[in-house]
Ligand binder design. Structure first.
Ligand code: UDP
Length: 334
């Protein structure tokens, strides 16, 4: 029994690899290191540097390493980039996922866990938390590229008996509480990371994109979820798949939202730094509120989040950002 984790050297993938290794599982990481880092991986995981779209490579790994489950994180994730370069997203996220699924089917891999996104819902018109019964309607090539993979999994499962789980992430944030890994991408655009970098003086100021949304304080609401809780949901989902649980498509969020202003205040509070957050115009394509209805995942997986606390998320993110800065300024740093 061994798990193949694609994108395992990336942000969420590396947390999953640690969680599996912590549980004594055998893990093979497949990552092309285009945005991932070998340094965040535990020694006990085997890293294979390669392309998830290489069916021969993946087929060989499945056969030679005894892979019985695939957890698929690898992909491109920047929404504006997907608008500017859609074919990159359809290649990296859709075409290569198709090759990976084909290798899984051919190799007899029984369990497939896929990281999808709330972006499949597009810009919901309802203000209530979003349940899985809301019809997907992506508004970006990124969202479409992920939804297409969900559809391929559904159809391949029906035809070939592959068992799968899709988790649709809301806003993943924070870092490993033990400090072993975190969000390492140099050009990240996510709010909590940007605010933490500003608090640490790595940016002179940050921007708040729009204060005229129909929300209590005028800024957008998002469901920020600690990456460690997200990974715990994956561990439970994987166990469920291995135990023969049926196919599942579930949201992964806490079911509550914080505004951009509340996040900025939390970062100021936790860091003790009163950094500048200037108000600018809306960023195109931001829905006013994206909050998960998380009933299904709690029921199906028995998932009980342990780290649902904004200040805690921010504290872990700040600690990781500071460690990253120290690492990058060390002699010989990449
Ligand atoms: N945001 C912001 N300033 C930033 C980055 C993000 O005001 O520097 C806002 C963004 O407009 C959105 C929210 O923070 O309303 C969350 O954005 P993020 O990019 O973190 O995640 P998204 O919800 O877009 O996936």
């Amino acid at each position: 029994m061994a798990t193949l984790v694609t994108g395992g050297a990336g942000y969420i993938g590396s947390h999953m690899v640690h969680a599996l290794v912590d549980r004594g599982e055998t893990v093979v990481v497949l990552d092309d290191l285009s945005t991932g880092f070998e340094a965040v991986l535990p020694d006990a995981a085997t890293l294979v540097v390669g392309d998830i779209g290489d069916e021969v490579l993946v087929g060989g790994l499945i056969a030679s390493r005894g892979i019985d489950a695939i957890v698929h994180f690898a992909g491109s994730i920047v929404v504006p980039e997907s608008v500017a370069d859609p074919l990159k997203y359809y290649l990296n996220n859709t075409v290569k996922s198709r090759a990976l699924i084909a290798a899984a089917v051919r190799g007899g891999v029984g369990a497939f866990l896929f990281s999808s996104t709330a972006a499949v819902y597009g810009e919901p018109t309802v203000d209530a938390p979003i349940g899985e019964t809301v019809a997907p309607a992506p508004v970006s090539p990124y969202g479409w590229s992920k939804l297409m993979t969900e559809v391929m999994l559904r159809d391949a499962a029906a035809a070939h008996g592959l068992a799968y789980t899709v988790l649709r992430y809301f806003n993943v944030a924070g870092a490993d509480p033990k400090g072993r890994t975190g969000q390492s991408t140099p050009n990240a655009t996510h709010l909590i990371k940007i605010a933490c970098q500003t608090a640490l003086g790595q940016r002179a100021k940050m921007q708040v994109f729009g204060t005229d949304y129909p929300t209590p304080d005028g800024t957008c609401l998002r469901d920020y979820i600690h990456v460690t809780d997200l990974v715990e949901a994956h561990v439970l989902a994987l166990a469920r798949l291995r135990a023969g649980g049926g196919n599942l498509v579930a949201n992964c969020g806490y079911g509550r939202g914080f505004s951009v202003r509340e996040v900025v205040e939390a970062v100021r509070r936790v860091s003790g730094v009163d950094f500048v957050a200037e108000v600018v115009d809306r960023r195109p394509g931001d829905p006013s509120a994206l909050v998960a209805d998380s009933g299904l995942i709690r029921r199906e997986l028995g998932w009980v989040p342990a780290l649902d606390d904004l200040d805690g998320i921010v504290g872990n993110a700040l600690a990781w950002e500071a460690a990253l800065a120290r690492r990058n300024s060390a002699p010989g740093a990449r």
